[in-house]
Design a protein around this ligand. Structure first.
Ligand SMILES: [Cu+2]
Length: 187
């Protein structure tokens, strides 16, 4: 099971992995949440019953009490920096269509080729729509071959609605997980 939390202004992204107790209850610890309205998503694939084999996403809104300070959505950009890495997105995704999209990871202007598999893939791309917090989670089609991922990762981007999406790209190097964020405009 994957669990995602995002505040209504698309800040505060968290991606965690709950574990199941014997009674069927799933638990995980969220980091502290800033005041405001949060959307919580869980994605899972049932192993039996009517939904067997179907990838499902459920979500609900949770309010964290207190005064809410909203952060404006950063302008659409082709690249983002995180922990000394630069992530660049190439492609012109269109709503409701599958479009090729390439993500390139560099460090100090040089291609990065030591991405490690994290949960069996070189990257996890989680996207939330600006206005209705629609959700998408994508993995690169790039095949995993040890700790040698990068610099290019290919995606079949499929985002259901046009407008601004906030993308969170997670990748791992040297045992450390990095999360880059950028705004992508979908036509
Ligand atoms: Cu993933």
């Amino acid at each position: 099971m994957h669990f995602y939390a995002i505040r209504s202004d698309l800040t505060g992204f968290q991606h965690i992995h709950p574990t199941m107790a014997n009674d069927g209850t799933w638990r995980a610890n969220l980091s502290s949440l800033a005041s405001g309205s949060w959307r919580m998503f869980t994605s899972f694939t049932p192993d039996n019953g009517t939904g067997k084999g179907t990838a499902l996403v459920l979500s609900r809104t949770v309010t964290v009490p207190g005064t809410e300070t909203k952060t404006a959505l950063p302008a659409a950009a082709k690249s983002a920096e995180i922990d000394g890495y630069t992530v660049t997105v190439k492609g012109e995704p269109m709503a409701g269509m599958t479009h090729p999209m390439t993500v390139t990871v560099t460090k100090n202007g040089k291609p990065v080729t030591d991405l490690q598999p994290y949960l069996d893939t070189y990257a996890h791309l989680t996207a939330f729509h600006e206005s209705d917090t629609a959700f998408a989670h994508l993995h690169p089609t790039t095949e995993v071959n040890g700790d040698h991922g990068g610099p290019e990762l290919s995606f079949n981007a499929e985002l259901p609605t046009s407008g601004n999406w906030r993308l969170f790209l997670q990748f791992q190097t040297g045992g450390k997980l990095h999360t880059a964020a950028l705004t992508l405009k979908v036509g």
